[in-house]
Design a protein around this ligand. Structure first.
Ligand code: HEM
Length: 444
């Protein structure tokens, strides 16, 4: 509800970290879009919120916003993309950089995440997916989060980084748990411990790879030249944390929500299975739009600017809501309905502008391969609504902790996860799967 209007500030109470925001998301979105697609909220020290598609589109691509997280106080003291500000001495890689530094680092990542580079990983993703299903298929029960959607993106990300695959648990649990464990939880200390273990392993990996080159994104970063200099360890660590954060829980969240919806809509699931050649791409984009795994990101206004009834002033904070823009009826017909055939689905789920998700090819490919394998091998899965555990809040990731399902048991087709990872590790080492794909290599 808009409460008052003063000095170019339409005020709207908006707290995306409150459980109410998750529970009443559609009503709050309609309210804001109807009354004030750009509004000021007093939560978290006060900041702007952009909720309309046109406004989010414009602001995300404009020059008046900055992603910079000036952790050393060397520039203008801006605080990056989290609201409230995360007191972290390490910035979140390219996501918290502005041009020209941003572009220089992004170029280092491109050859590893391009469509051609990702296509090379498809058989690997299939093998990990089927190995996960093999672990459960004879029992007739699976937790889609713990037993599949948490594992496949984690193993693939480690492979792309050049980190040994058997370490996936060292990385997967802290990356996932950090997003659903509130600061006052009794489990917080354990999760922080897991994070410290992961950080120690990442530091050790950076040093190992510096000594002994091996293919992968870690190697690319330790050997990069940014403005004539080797990047400092702290920046490499920030980049790796971003790739892990970006690569793991987002794809997990998308997959879990899609499976839950398909279980609730068995006719649509059968149709998707039958018409997969024509529906797979549009269904993937629609799940991305509707569930928006990363609901929004913050910016700092870097120049005074009057726009959409808002008087932005330099230094103020702004929240770009990808999730609310994705439900704007001026851009999407029946935005609160999942339409697997939706045409021209120009959703906001990977962001927009220079920071648009560089992992979108990976995310789409991994999601599709997991979906197809599940449709092939356990097509009659049923998720019990009482046992599904959603993240209590959707301030950072719209995720799920657990999604247990039952299905008609089937036969294994391979030796299971551990043996498969051993074989795939050997394959990565022999074939240099994690090498960059340069344009020359692509045309060979
Ligand atoms: C469904 C899965 C995913 C979703 C919904 C998602 C969402 C996003 C969004 C919204 C942004 C833009 C943030 C902003 O502008 O503030 C972003 C950026 C980014 N994502 Fe993803 N992402 C996903 C998967 C991935 C994967 C698999 C990777 C890595 C392999 C990845 C790596 C990154 C990186 C490095 C950036 C920063 C790009 C830049 O600043 O130039 N993401 N992602």
């Amino acid at each position: 509800m808009v409460t008052n209007i003063e000095q170019g500030k339409k005020r709207f109470h908006f707290d995306r970290h409150a459980p109410e925001y998750r529970d009443r998301f559609e009503a709050i979105t309609r309210d804001m879009q109807g009354q004030c697609p750009v509004a000021w909220t007093d939560t978290y020290g006060g900041h702007w919120v952009a909720a309309g598609a046109e406004q989010v589109f414009h602001l995300a691509r404009s020059q008046v916003v900055s992603n910079d997280n000036d952790v050393d106080g060397a520039r203008r003291g801006y605080t990056g993309i989290t609201i409230p500000h995360a007191e972290n001495p390490i910035r979140s890689g390219i996501l918290e950089m502005d041009p020209p530094e941003h572009g220089a680092y992004r170029q280092v990542l491109n050859p590893y995440l391009s469509p051609a580079a990702v296509a090379r990983w498809i058989p690997f993703v299939d093998d990990v997916t089927h190995a996960c299903l093999d672990e459960k298929i004879e029992s007739g029960g699976i937790d889609f989060v713990d037993d599949l959607a948490n594992i496949v993106p984690a193993v693939l990300t480690l492979a792309m980084l050049g980190i040994p695959l058997h370490k996936w648990k060292v990385y997967s649990e802290p990356a996932h748990a950090a997003l659903y464990t509130p600061p006052d939880s009794p489990d917080r200390e354990r999760v922080l411990d897991l994070h410290r273990t992961m950080g120690t392993d990442l530091f050790a990996t950076i040093h190992e790879v510096r000594q002994t080159p091996r293919p992968g994104l870690v190697d690319a970063l330790v050997r990069a030249e940014i403005d004539g200099q080797v990047p400092p360890d702290i920046e490499i660590l920030g980049m790796l944390n971003l790739l892990i954060g970006g690569g793991f829980d987002t794809t997990t969240a998308l997959t879990a929500h899609a499976f839950e919806w398909l279980s609730q809509n068995p006719d649509e699931r059968s149709r998707l299975d039958r018409e997969r050649d024509s529906l797979l791409d549009s269904a993937t984009e629609e799940f991305l739009r509707y569930f928006t795994p990363t609901p929004g990101d913050g910016r700092t206004i870097c120049a005074d600017y009057d726009y959409a009834g808002a008087g932005f002033r330099e230094g103020e904070r702004l929240w770009l809501s990808w999730a609310m823009a994705n439900r704007d009826p001026s851009l999407f017909d029946d935005p609160d309905v999942v339409d697997l055939e939706r045409k021209g689905n120009r959703h906001f789920s990977f962001g927009l502008g220079i920071h648009r998700c560089i992992g979108s090819n990976v995310a789409r490919a991994v999601f599709k391969r997991m979906l197809l394998a599940v449709l092939d091998r356990i097509p009659d899965f049923h998720c019990s609504p009482d046992d599904a555990v959603h993240y209590e809040t959707i301030g950072i990731i719209q995720g799920m902790r657990h999604l247990p399902a039952t299905f008609t048991p089937g036969p294994r087709v391979g030796p299971g996860l551990d043996a498969t990872l051993t074989r795939l590790q050997a394959l990565c080492d022999e074939q240099g799967l994690a090498e960059p794909v340069t344009p020359r290599a692509r045309f060979r």
